[in-house]
Design a protein around this ligand. Structure first.
Ligand SMILES: *[C@@H]1O[C@H](CO)[C@@H](O)[C@H](O)[C@H]1NC(C)=O
Ligand SMILES: *[C@@H]1O[C@H](CO)[C@@H](O)[C@H](O)[C@H]1NC(C)=O
Ligand SMILES: *[C@@H]1O[C@H](CO)[C@@H](O)[C@H](O)[C@H]1NC(C)=O
Ligand SMILES: *[C@@H]1O[C@H](CO)[C@@H](O)[C@H](O)[C@H]1NC(C)=O
Length: 497
């Protein structure tokens, strides 16, 4: 073999490697295309009908015939104008009417060919639970009006109902852990795997009318009715959950006003330590006592007015909280939450969302801050005058600005004293979203009702063979290439040549 043959051979070998690599790449990409074909984008809509407002969430995911689904993500959300649906007692059709703007928005966001297959759920929470306690028929009428409106749209309407507190807590927990991929992880190669070392998060939700705590306790729960058992992707979970009715942020604010009114004698002007100096607020007694969460005094003159005068007194404000948070022990002491309710010791990391987040975010304490910084920040916030506060936050509406001090002290009282987080404060993160998806009960609700989280492992893992196939292709191509190389070498070695 001549000396000049060697570079030629190397050149040929290089060309062959390049060609085969490109062929392997094309083949594997082409295969990926055909594998993706049966998947198409699917949509789902959930209305969260909360006590103070309603929000529409539009979710999307890749679905296939086998219902092997990709990750569900939130593609849009829409805030319904006006108050929560429970405020439409005098005008039930108005509750349905209020949803139209967001339904139109959803309709314009979903391709027309997909609309009929898009499930729509509307779930109402503590605001409607309270209304149904006061007058069941009024609650039913409002739900019927809301259902009538949604039925007039070209979607697959799956019903309007009031969630129980336990469902609300459970679905919030499912949402958090689904978004954090605690149950199962979707890898880059398109495989579903169970993450090592179960990092299961707890969920803390503070709504307007109720608050929920849900977590997976270290030891089996002592009161079976307070837990639910789930099997997701072949793994079993025991989750403790409790929803405290009337412990939502807005009901807590009402309880404060009622307590201050009852302890003010006959006076119609009352100091409010949580309101800021220079702020005053007048309302009728009917507005304070219009909820089953406050006990109406005998002989209430409901048209009488009361004025609360802000005095910016942080420590007095904090001490008031124990008047409205029932810290009585329970029969399972020390395993107690609020109100004499059984609660196993809190365990692991927690994710605090909704009003927990909004309050801490306003104070600059989200997602995490050390306890001493939290306490000093709340103190200095509460001690500010109204004038200072408004000057610092010109764009925030007075009705929100007014309540941050009281809600911050309220949150600290329920978390540290009620739900017993004082020793694991640093385990709580105050956040609103994970992967651009709002955290709340809605996603967990839809995942469960559309069977998007299989309970068995096999269903989750079948069908994803793309990486296997690519490896096989690559092996075959390599083998072909080697044969080719051997033929070339033999050819070049041929002495007759
Ligand atoms: C799979 O999805 C289709 C369409 O969404 C549905 O009709 C079918 O019942 C689902 N099958 C299972 C086993 O969940
Ligand atoms: C409940 O509401 C309905 C409809 O508004 C009304 O007719 C009825 O009297 C109410 N019942 C009670 C107990 O307030
Ligand atoms: C506090 O909760 C306990 C246990 O449920 C109950 O017996 C008690 O009446 C409550 N106290 C107040 C002031 O509501
Ligand atoms: C999920 O839905 C099923 C019915 O499809 C129900 O039996 C189950 O209790 C639900 N899970 C939770 C946590 O509510």
């Amino acid at each position: 073999m001549g000396v000049q043959m060697k570079p030629l051979m190397l050149g040929a070998a290089f060309a062959a490697v390049s060609c085969t690599t490109i062929i392997a790449l094309i083949l594997s990409l082409a295969n990926h295309q055909t594998l993706d074909q049966p998947y198409s984008t699917q949509y789902g809509i959930v209305f969260d009908a909360g006590s103070t407002h309603t929000t529409l969430f539009l979710y999307q995911w890749l679905g296939s015939k086998e219902n092997n689904t990709g990750i569900v993500s939130q593609s849009q959300s829409c805030d319904v104008d006006g108050d929560g649906i429970s405020s439409y007692v005098q005008n039930p059709p108005g509750a349905g009417e209020s949803l139209k703007k967001c339904l139109d928005f959803a309709k314009s966001s979903i391709p027309s060919g997909k609309q009929r297959a898009t499930p729509v759920y509307i779930g109402a929470t503590a605001g409607m639970r309270l209304l149904s306690l006061q007058n069941q028929s009024q609650a039913d009428i409002i739900l019927a009006e809301v259902a009538k409106t949604i039925r007039s749209y070209p979607f697959d309407f799956r019903g309007a109902r009031i969630l129980t507190g336990m469902e609300e807590g459970a679905y919030g927990w499912i949402t958090v852990n689904y978004l954090f991929e605690s149950f199962i992880k979707h890898t880059f190669e398109g495989k579903w795997v169970h993450p090592k070392a179960g990092r299961i998060l707890g969920a803390l939700d503070l709504g307007g009318a109720s608050t929920q705590i849900s977590f997976s306790p270290k030891d089996p729960v002592r009161v079976p009715e307070s837990a639910f058992n789930l099997q997701l992707y072949g793994y079993k979970y025991e989750v403790y959950t409790h929803s405290y009715q009337c412990y939502g942020k807005d009901q807590a604010m009402k309880k404060l006003q009622a307590w201050l009114h009852k302890n003010a004698g006959a006076s119609s002007v009352v100091n409010h330590p949580c309101y800021h100096q220079g702020y005053n607020f007048t309302l009728t007694l009917a507005e304070i006592y219009n909820s089953p969460c406050v006990v109406t005094p005998n002989n209430l003159n409901s048209t009488a007015k009361i004025t609360f005068l802000g005095i910016s007194n942080s420590s007095l404000c904090l001490s008031l909280m124990e008047k409205i948070v029932n810290l009585t022990n329970c029969t399972f002491s020390p395993d107690c939450g609020i109100d004499g309710v059984y609660q196993p010791p809190v365990n692991g990391e927690f994710f605090a969302f909704s009003a927990y987040f909004y309050t801490f975010n306003f104070l600059g304490l989200a997602p995490k801050a050390p306890l001493n910084l939290v306490l000093s920040t709340i103190d200095s916030h509460c001690n500010k005058t109204w004038k200072t506060l408004v000057a610092q936050n010109p764009s925030i509406k007075a009705k929100y600005l007014r309540d941050y001090c009281a809600s911050a002290h309220y949150i600290m009282t329920i978390l540290l004293k009620g739900l017993k987080f004082s020793n694991i404060w640093d385990q709580i993160s105050f956040e609103e979203k994970v992967a651009d998806t709002d955290v709340g009960w809605t996603l967990g609700y839809m995942l469960n009702l559309t069977n998007l989280i299989p309970s068995e492992r096999s269903r989750a893992i079948t069908g994803v063979t793309h990486s296997q196939w690519a490896a096989q292709t690559f092996f075959i191509v390599c083998a072909l290439f080697l044969s080719l190389l051997i033929i070339i070498i033999l050819f070049l070695h041929d002495p007759k040549h």
